[in-house]
Design a protein around this ligand. Structure first.
Ligand code: HEM
Length: 151
């Protein structure tokens, strides 16, 4: 096992937690939670995200550090275009996650604390849209990383 293999392992582990967690939230928890009234649905989401989002920060750190390490091993100029594309789409995904953390996530937590379900629903909707975007971009990034997609 080389350092490169270890970095690749940490990289893919981070990707699995992040993209897998988003797939579960969007494809499984969202349709199941839709059956609940807002007074139960919004606290359920807040409790789920309060566990998932710190894991995403850890995944972001793992993915970025290992990805940049592997990129620098080869050298920026010699790296395949697919890797440059991954750096770009990965950076966009991280920016979108930061925008959730500092924006609608703060508003959702406040709304749940004061039981303002109308504002909570607006904040949750913004999170849902951004998670859907990141999930789609995550799948595209995995396709770029593994298939190259002509890059
Ligand atoms: C800071 C951003 C990122 C950088 C600099 C980066 C860079 C890299 C590099 C250099 C490799 C090694 C490729 C190889 O050895 O063949 C790699 C592999 C990989 N990356 Fe990224 N990456 C980033 C973000 C992401 C994201 C956000 C995802 C998915 C959502 C992702 C998915 C993958 C996958 C699945 C592989 C394994 C590809 C394979 O071994 O065939 N990366 N990445």
């Amino acid at each position: 096992m080389t350092v490169h293999h270890l970095m690749l392992f940490l990289h893919v582990l981070g990707v699995t937690v992040w993209v897998g967690g988003m797939a579960f939230a969007w494809g499984c928890l969202r349709p199941a939670a839709m059956q609940l009234p807002p007074a139960q649905r919004l606290p359920l989401w807040a409790a789920s995200f309060s566990r998932f989002f710190p894991l995403v920060w850890a995944a972001v750190a793992l993915i970025a550090l290992s990805g940049i390490f592997m990129l620098l091993e080869t050298g920026f100029a010699r790296a395949p275009r697919a890797w440059h594309a991954m750096l770009l789409t990965g950076a966009v995904m991280m920016g979108v996650f930061a925008s959730i953390w500092f924006g609608p996530w703060v508003r959702l937590q406040r709304a749940v604390r004061v039981e303002d379900w109308a504002s909570g629903a607006v904040a949750l909707n913004a999170i849902r849209q951004r998670v859907a975007f990141n999930l789609a971009l995550g799948v595209v990034t995995i396709a770029v990383a593994t298939l190259g997609l002509g890059l």
